[in-house]
Design a protein around this ligand. Structure first.
Ligand code: NAP
Length: 630
């Protein structure tokens, strides 16, 4: 049973009739049930009193009971006050939907003035607006649209089915769900049921956020059935076998053209495989990187979807609504490319992140131990860098970390100096080997973590070799200025390393990646957002390789000496600088027109007859030398 309510002129009868015809149930207009006495008053422009209305509403309440027993109906009735609606609510509220048609007084007045077939004087409109008590549980529809559009909105809002599903109510799943629901997406969520361990997780979450109207399930079939077909289902679960297990369980429950979106940090090779596997079942698949951690997921992450473009276009409005926004207010979300390209670029994003974090750790080591600076002095120094084009999320959090105390002591000093690496860091190094691409800074950042994890071994070696680190006796202002320049250079080179690897992948896999767009969606919401990334958006409009941009060339020409000087001083004084050094070595190798690889080729041919190519002969020909006279 549906009541379409609102002040006169909102189109209750038109909308009510269309709705009734769409739902194939009868339509009634409450005005047709007025007594002659009421009609006379209304025609004379006199407002009805509550006494006039009571018998009319009581009669309608009785009719509603009958209509509902006969299979339901649509009733158009102004029902402006709560007490009037209570008189109409003669059936359980679960069986009654109230549609509130609303609009501004100017709009309604304009519509009323144009009417010829209605007996209500437009002067009564003002008193109707004064009488209107907005219903709390009604479906509110703005009448500033075509009747057909109004019907579509009502049907969507009345449907108990949701528009989107999320599987996995861990840290990311919960925060993305809150973000989506806050953006008016009707949502179903699911978490697995493991007796004695994981029970009622989704329902607990939904109860804790009751105002968001999310539906929670721990039964997969009920979850799937609750979503409008073609379904959109986002997986936010641990990468690896868990994703395959959930896809296997989900596949038989899905229909043609449904879509599974893997939003975890899956390996791009797994995403390529799943893309093909699901295509056999006529199920769409998207693998998307989502960056920004817990806060990003809740307030606006950077989203990197790859896979089916048609499926992407279907869910783009959902993703765009929850994504962070760039400087121009555009969503930090774009279609990346086919297959596992979305997960590939997320992996490289994380690789760049590893090296950016390590660079800051190396800066900290030199300042704290080499120059003997106090944490607050380091924080102040880094803060001054923010104004010199070096602002970034990672610099910001590093400054905060340097100021965070616990019981009057720096927390940082209490944290064990052993870092691990999981998934994406190591995978990017494996991918570089597979693609034959250099990945110096990122691979060295991964190795630095591996070495840091060997804490016991490092302690024994330290005992054996004794103190290696010495203080750096340099004019510290001069050293700090040089360090800042070296940091600028190392960051540029690190970004070039990451983007160059994506260029290799794009060419080898025919993905057609757009690097300016990738940089753009990394300008906000993600962990490597920075001033440099903002500039990179424009650099990549001119070139595909960062180090070949004239502005970058100019800047590195000036800064390379500072980079070399810092590395030299650090190594002489006993400080390891794996990523600074790696950046320098990559750069020198990159700009080296004549490398020493000719010697490598000669050696290979010497011991293994592997042959070589000659600079004085066509490169299509191979040569071998008998290096030792027989
Ligand atoms: P999390 O808090 O550990 O949650 C993992 C979720 O996966 C839980 O709901 C868990 O269910 C579910 N799960 C694990 N194994 C499962 C299985 N075999 N079958 C069904 N469900 C299973 O992890 P998270 O931080 O939300 O991360 C989710 C994904 O996002 C991961 O791929 C992660 O790498 C990626 N990611 C995380 C971040 C971050 O900052 N946290 C950022 C970007 C991307 P139970 O509760 O029942 O165990």
């Amino acid at each position: 049973m549906i009541i379409v309510m609102g002040v006169s002129g909102t189109g209750k009868s038109t909308v009510g009739k269309l709705l009734a015809s769409e739902l194939k149930i009868p339509f009634y207009d409450a005005d047709d049930f007025h007594s002659e006495h009421n009609i006379k008053k209304l025609s004379a422009g006199q407002p009805l009193t509550d006494q006039d209305r009571r018998p009319w509403l009581e009669n309608l309440g009785e009719q509603i009971k009958k209509w509902q027993a006969d299979g339901g109906a649509v009733l158009a009735c102004s029902a402006l006050k709560e007490k009037y609606r209570q008189m109409l609510t003669t059936i359980p509220t679960s069986e009654l939907s109230i549609i509130h048609l609303s609009g501004s007084i100017e709009l309604i007045k304009h519509r009323l003035m144009e009417r010829k077939d209605h007996f209500l004087d437009p002067s009564i409109l003002k008193s109707q607006f004064e009488d209107l008590e907005e219903p709390k549980d009604a479906i509110k529809i703005n009448v500033n649209q075509l009747p057909t559009e109004i019907i579509q909105e009502i049907l969507t809002k009345m449907s108990k089915k949701t528009a989107f599903g999320i599987i996995g109510m861990g840290v990311m799943g919960q925060n993305l769900a809150i973000n989506m629901a806050n953006n008016q997406v009707k949502l179903s969520v699911f978490n697995r049921h493991v007796p004695g361990k994981e029970e009622g997780i989704a329902k607990d979450f939904v109860d804790r956020h009751a105002s968001l109207g999310i539906q929670g399930f721990d039964d997969l079939k009920q979850f799937v059935d609750s979503i409008e077909a073609p379904r959109n289902i986002l997986l936010m679960i641990q990468a690896g076998p868990a994703v395959d297990a959930v896809i296997d369980e989900l596949t038989p429950l899905l229909g043609s053209n449904d879509l599974i979106i893997d939003g975890g940090n899956s390996n791009y090779l797994d995403t390529n495989r799943r893309d093909q596997q699901l295509a056999h079942h006529d199920i769409n698949f998207i693998g998307t990187g989502i960056s920004g951690g817990e806060e990003g997921a809740r307030k606006g992450p950077s989203i990197m979807p790859g896979g089916s473009r048609t499926a992407y276009e279907r869910i783009a409005p959902f993703l765009n609504s929850i994504a962070a926004k760039d400087r121009n207010g555009q969503p930090c979300c774009t279609y990346v490319g086919p297959e596992g390209s979305g997960h590939f670029i997320k992996m490289v994003h994380n690789g760049i992140e590893y090296a950016e974090m390590q660079l800051l750790a190396e800066v900290y080591e030199l300042m704290r131990n080499g120059l003997g600076m106090l944490p607050e002095e380091i924080a102040k120094s880094l803060e001054s860098w923010k104004t010199k084009g070096l602002d970034s999320y990672l610099l910001e959090i590093t400054i905060n970390i340097l100021r965070k105390e616990e019981n009057g002591e720096l927390i940082l000093d209490k944290i064990l100096d052993a870092a691990s690496q999981k998934g994406t860091g190591g995978w990017s190094t494996e991918a570089a080997i597979k693609l034959g691409a250099p990945l110096n800074t990122i691979a060295d950042a991964v190795m630095a973590r591996n070495l840091s994890a060997q804490k016991e071994l490092r302690t024994s070696a330290n005992n054996l070799y004794g103190q290696i680190k010495n203080s750096i006796d340099e004019n510290s202002d001069d050293f700090l200025a040089t360090l800042q320049e070296a940091y600028v250079a190392a960051r540029i080179i690190n970004h070039a390393v990451g983007f160059d690897m994506m260029k290799e992948a794009s060419e080898q896999y025919h993905w057609g990646l757009n690097f300016s767009e990738i940089a753009r969606i990394w300008t906000n919401g993600c962990i490597i957002r920075s001033e440099l990334m903002n500039s990179a958006v424009n650099y990549f409009k001119d070139v595909d390789r960062l180090l070949l941009h004239p502005s970058i060339q100019k800047s590195l020409q000036d800064q390379k000496q500072s980079l070399a000087r810092i590395i030299g001083q650090a190594l002489i004084h006993g400080y390891p600088l794996p990523v600074f050094s790696s950046a320098m070595n990559f750069f020198l190798g990159y700009v080296n027109g004549q490398s020493s690889a000719n010697l490598l080729q000669a050696q290979r041919d010497y011991f293994g007859a592997h042959t070589y190519r000659r600079v004085d002969k066509p490169l299509t020909e191979s040569f071998h030398t008998e290096w030792v006279a027989s």
